[in-house]
Design a protein around this ligand. Structure first.
Ligand code: FRU
Length: 504
């Protein structure tokens, strides 16, 4: 019975581990027709513990297959977050003239001299499409004795300076290192002290260039996740900076106190992007861990814990307030659609709401809403039990919000039940919402991904009804589409290596 209860929150189309604990996405790389997703994994418990790299592969970012655990803790410690690159030209010398995958990650242990936590960067490599991994015998390849927080390397090839660039975090700033061979690294620059939000320790950086609309110009985006701070109700969250990268360091275009948030929901953390997506595709695709360090260890999912957001394609757009990042789920998510229904010019009031029964609560909703009446719109997802989760838009405050205070199981942490939101400015008297609802989460995209809110929910029973109404007066839905979605079970190609005693 217990299993059935907990499997109820197993997502239908978001990635989740086969069992036990998962946090950050790691080693995101596209290679020879497969997207790889590695992840922080504790295969012996459903709480954070000695970190391994779990592994899954997908041909399309939607259908995943679990693979055996890729990296196990060893004599240098546990395997914290990091990345993978394709070493196309064997610059590392690890591939006997051919190419292969190199993982660059943080080894975490305790310094025997000081007794303090120690974090150093190491390599592992694979010549068989990520199926088997060898740790580099010269590990660790990068250590800074005086830094305690020193982790989460993200590496890319920088053609202009003909070298690899590593960005990683050191407590309150990002550091940049360069290398010709992935094995020897030298410091080239630092960014971040006094810049942006320092509500928590800096973690999981990423750095990439993106075009701005169709302007022919581009900018660099520096992603920085910031850890939980008990004083901040938001918990752990991710900020980004827009600027330039000159091959050595990052230069912020905005003033130091200008803070840009990646996601205004509570559950999108440690997100990073895929490396080596072919140029003919050209997308920058990111995925985040759909949880929050504030309560990640307490969510009521049973023997598995943690899920990823939908993979999202990133773009830059120039607005009155400056250049900002937009994100939308990759187009491949359309493959999830089962049935589609459409309506035009629907007038809703508090007494005459729009309602639609749903079957197992896996939904995608597109709504263009005329907000000129000045009344609030409420989109409610109601369970067959007592619960409802409300997505609201208040045209007076221009605020898009999620209220998950009555969304189901919330009492596992005092700050989970909340109503929170962000500013969404209407365009021509309208707002556009695009919503994905899964059994454990909702993702809300406002105005083509300008504002995003990602939240976990744990309903008492499946969502059975979509209900759209107002607080008073009327609101017109110019158009409304509701798609029911398929569930995509993750096939398990993994052998439980841990049970065969591969742990150090
Ligand atoms: C972010 C993080 C990383 C670290 C990993 C450990 O969520 O704290 O900084 O490498 O998780 O699991």
């Amino acid at each position: 019975m217990l299993d059935v209860f907990y499997e109820r929150f197993r997502p239908g189309f978001h990635f989740s581990p086969p069992s036990h604990w998962m946090n950050d996405p790691n080693g995101l790389v596209y290679y020879e027709g497969e997207y790889h997703l590695f992840y922080q994994h504790h295969p012996h418990g459903n709480n954070w513990g000695p970190m391994h790299w779990g592994h899954a592969v997908s041909p399309d970012l939607i259908h995943w297959e679990h693979m055996p655990i890729a990296l196990f803790p060893d004599e240098h410690g546990a395997i914290f977050s990091g990345c993978c690159v394709v070493d196309w030209n064997n610059s590392s010398g690890l591939f006997k003239g051919s190419h292969g995958l190199v993982a660059i990650f943080t080894h975490a242990d305790t310094c025997p001299k000081t007794g303090q936590p120690r974090q150093r960067q190491s390599l592992a490599y694979s010549s068989d499409k990520g199926r088997t991994w060898h740790k580099y015998e010269g590990n660790p390849v990068l250590a800074e004795d005086d830094l305690i927080d020193f982790r989460d390397p993200k590496v890319f090839w920088h053609p202009q300076s003909e070298r690899w660039v590593m960005v990683l975090v050191a407590g309150d700033h990002a550091r940049f290192y360069g290398s010709k061979n992935l094995r020897e690294w030298s410091l080239t620059g630092e960014f971040g002290k006094g810049e942006g939000s320092h509500d928590g320790v800096w973690e999981c950086p990423d750095l990439f260039e993106l075009p701005i609309d169709d302007s022919g110009h581009s900018k660099w985006v520096l992603i920085i996740s910031i850890g939980d701070n008990p004083e901040c109700p938001e918990g752990s969250r991710t900020q980004y900076f827009i600027g330039e990268f000159d091959g050595n360091t990052f230069i912020n275009d905005n003033s130091a106190d200008h803070i840009l948030w990646l996601d205004h929901g509570r559950d999108n953390y440690a997100g990073v992007s895929w490396s080596d997506i072919p140029e003919r595709d050209g997308r920058r695709v990111m995925i985040g861990w759909m949880s929050n360090w504030k309560y990640a260890n307490e969510t009521p999912t049973g023997d598995w814990r943690g899920a990823m957001t939908l993979p999202r394609a990133l773009s830059l757009t120039s607005r009155d307030e400056g250049i900002v990042l937009t994100q939308m789920p990759v187009r491949e998510v359309e493959r999830l659609r089962k049935t589609s229904m459409s309506w035009n010019d629907v007038t809703v009031t508090q007494d005459v709401p729009f309602t639609q029964q749903t079957n197992d609560g896996l939904l995608e909703i597109e709504a263009d809403i005329d907000i000129r009446s000045g009344n609030e719109t409420h989109i409610k997802f109601k369970s067959s039990g007592q619960n409802e989760m409300i997505i609201g838009y208040d045209p007076v405050c221009q605020r898009l919000s999620i209220d998950r205070s009555k969304s189901g199981l919330t009492d596992f942490h005092p700050e989970f039940a909340c109503n929170h939101g962000a500013s969404l400015v209407p365009e021509d008297g309208k707002i556009k919402l695009h919503i994905w609802l899964d059994r454990n989460a909702v993702e809300v995209y406002g105005n083509d991904g300008l504002i995003v809110l990602t939240d976990q929910i744990f309903p008492d029973a499946p969502i059975e009804n979509v209900w759209i109404s107002t607080n008073s007066g009327q609101v017109v839905l110019n158009s409304l589409h509701i798609h029911t979605l398929k569930s995509v079970p993750i096939s398990n190609g993994a052998v439980e290596q841990a049970s065969r005693g591969n742990d150090a």
